[in-house]
Design a binder for this molecule. Sequence first.
Ligand code: NAD
Ligand code: DAU
Length: 358
Amino acid sequence: TKSENTIIVTGGAGFIGANFVHAALKVGGSTVVNLDKLTYAGNLENLAALADEPRHIFVKGDIGDRQLAAELLRTHRPAAIVNFAAESHVDRSISAPDDFIQTNVVGTFNLLQEARNYWQELQGEAQSAFRFLHVSTDEVYGSLGDDDPPFSETTAYAPNSPYSASKAASDHLVRAFFHTYGLPTLTTNCSNNYGPYQFPEKLIPLVIHNALAEKPIPVYGDGANIRDWLYVTDHCRAILDVLEKGIPGGVYNIGGRSEKTNLDVVHTLCSILDELAPRESGQGYVRLITFVTDRPGHDRRYAIDAAKIEAEIGWQPEETFQSGIRKTVQWYLDHAGWVANVTSGAYRDWIETNYGER
Ligand code: NAD
Ligand code: DAU
């Protein structure tokens, strides 16, 4: 039936969402209804290869629009909702937190309400098979000391930024909808992603972009903060696996056991760039590294214990940091036009030319 084959993906024009839409269409016969507001972070160019794909239906809209959510659910009768839509950048949440509360908290709440109404009307197998998968982050667990064990699914929440607090609030709402109403939810908490289509406000694409533009490479504080890196397609595959095998109400941490200091990441990027895009002058890119004022409330260390998803779902990452980071640098070198568009704002014109208002 239609519902067995259709999923609603929110935020599918963003970095991870777009990678997920590509992955979902590749593995199965599913139809993907992609609901995205097209904020500064949403970019239909990430989905350009799907322009002639009838199984991809793009809808421009806000997850906070309950009428629209209700209409999409009734029209498309999906077997699942996968919620990526969010404001995602920590620094923006510090300077202007309002949209983070609106989208991440209120928007997710609205989607849960409409999902619950829809799910309650389903019957039999369609009702028991329905899933609401909420994509979240390891930042909800706060910051680790050097000797602390990595975050597990039972680590207490301790968010420190407006972004992570808004994600924590949404995770709690998802939890409550399972416990109170029985809505078959799944929550995934993943570590830092990197790879194709990441907006160049985030560390890895920002370093690549600034290095190639001969601009300073800003390192916050002492550069010793630690993040646990996962290649984006490994995250997308984990979500597909959890969707298929996860137990309703379940929480799954996702990570690649790949902790690095920011300085390590920046040095690795500089040396790959020295090799793949050498300067005629022969000068290395490390000379561009510049230490700048630290992010307020900057979490020191994140690390994910992925034992549960490995054992219960049978998921493992395919890329190592070494293989994934090379692929990523190569992707950005091969897609200079994409970077130029997102950094100039010209991609808005591209949307109008290619998709019109929709
Ligand atoms: P992103 O900022 O690249 O993309 C977010 C997408 O959501 C954009 O396409 C944007 O237009 C859309 N959007 C924003 N507000 C919306 C709204 N109100 N209604 C509909 N669409 C809206 O983000 P990302 O890095 O791809 O992250 C996706 C999800 O994964 C987020 O929920 C984030 O918290 C989570 N996550 C991200 C990472 C990471 O490292 N990037 C790691 C773990 C979890
Ligand atoms: O851990 C998962 C989270 O990872 C996601 O939930 C967020 O959506 C995602 O944005 C990311 O958050 P971070 O704050 O870890 O990512 P960001 O790329 O902004 O920064 C990574 C590290 O690099 C962090 O310690 C801050 C530092 N940094 C960042 C930028 C942009 C710099 O030193 N210089 C920079 O210019």
